[in-house]
Design a binder for this molecule. Structure first.
Ligand SMILES: C[S@@+](CC[C@H](N)C(=O)[O-])C[C@H]1O[C@@H](n2cnc3c(N)ncnc32)[C@H](O)[C@@H]1O
Length: 330
């Protein structure tokens, strides 16, 4: 439901702005994010920047957070009645939180007042009570100071990329201190994955347990393989979104890396599907991260009966097998 409601709210809010007028802003944001450099000031400086971000990135970042939460929701040790959204931007992660975990209290922290203003307007058009009642506060994180309110879940979505390494570590420590569950989502690039790996080490060192995506708590087996753990979620594009992306497809695949950890949590999957499964005649090739801390392929043949049927439906990023109790041959 969220995606359609979000696209409708964006359309309504941006109705007075021409797509052509937003394109130069989108280009500037795109180059800022692609440069992979830590920005030396606010990226979202003007109302047009915030509008461009909301139109060009928010549906995809919201969809990525939604996908992470859906993987973990049933495995969180405690219900999430409150959540704090750090570097909330225009509120994408909170839209996903409101849909998947339905917390009654959402606290959004953001340094850019223009992003927060636009986010507030979108939230109030959402018709979703938790979003309409969400509390927005000005917030700026530095390596020396990260103030956070307590909550059941702390979320940093696409934030760490904008922070230097010392501030990333300080933000992580503050999240761990403020909440029993922590979610970090980053772009599904090698650099985003590296930040997630560092965050994963930090939450494990602090005594939290991994809920998703990893089915184990050892070192990531992809680290020494010139590979990176990432997933993708398909995002339907509105006509405005398509024009802003200068693309003809009616959808895009948002790639993301993430870690969700909780005190007293346990892995949501016995094994995790690491790539889009490949179907061949009578066979399905699965690339798996396994519960014993390895990453290896499994070929499921038609002779495996029910398991083969399950493999044909397996998704990139999903648990394997869909039902527990199956081990992957070594
Ligand atoms: C790429 S946007 C992500 C926004 C939103 N979380 C999402 O997923 O769409 C990064 C956000 O982090 C905020 N940010 C960057 N550096 C920050 C800092 N040092 N303190 C607080 N917020 C910061 C930016 O203003 C921006 O809104």
């Amino acid at each position: 439901m969220t995606h359609a409601v979000l696209l409708a709210a964006l359309d309504e809010l941006l109705a007075g702005r021409s797509t052509a007028g937003l394109l130069p802003r989108v280009d500037r944001l795109r180059s800022a994010y692609r440069s992979q450099e830590v920005p030396d000031g606010h990226v979202l400086r003007t109302p047009d920047d915030a509008a461009a971000y909301a139109a060009y990135r928010m549906p995809a970042t919201c969809a990525a957070v939604r996908a992470c939460l859906l993987q973990a929701r049933a495995f969180l040790p405690e219900p999430v009645a409150s959540a704090v959204d750090l570097g909330a931007g225009t509120g994408a992660a909170s839209w996903a939180l409101a849909e998947v975990l339905t917390p009654s209290r959402l606290q959004l922290l953001e340094q850019s007042s223009v992003a927060a203003d636009l986010g507030r307007a979108l939230a109030s058009a959402s018709g979703v009570p938790a979003l309409q009642a969400a509390e927005w506060s000005p917030w700026h994180a530095t390596a020396g100071r990260v103030d956070l309110p307590g909550a059941d879940l702390a979320v940093a979505a696409y934030l760490l990329a904008e922070l230097d390494a010392a501030t990333q570590a300080a933000v992580l420590d503050a999240m761990i201190g403020a909440a029993p569950a922590v979610l970090v989502v980053e772009p599904g690039t090698p650099a985003g994955y590296a930040r997630v790996v560092a965050a994963r080490r930090r939450v494990l060192d602090a005594g939290l347990s991994i809920v998703a995506p990893c089915p184990h708590e050892g070192e990531c087996p992809l680290l020494d393989r010139d590979d990176w753990c990432h997933f993708a979620t398909r995002v339907e594009r509105s006509p405005r979104h398509r024009r802003l992306k200068e693309g003809s497809l009616s959808y895009e695949d948002e790639k993301y890396s993430f870690v969700l950890a909780a005190r007293g949590g346990r892995p949501a999957a016995a094994n995790r599907v690491l790539r889009r499964p490949v179907q061949r005649k009578g066979l399905v090739d699965l690339a798996l991260c396994t519960g014993d801390g390895d990453a290896r392929p499994q070929v499921v043949s038609k002779r495996a009966g029910e398991l083969y049927k399950a493999a044909r439906k397996a998704d990139w990023g999903g648990p394997w097998p869909p039902e527990p109790g199956h081990t992957v041959p070594g």
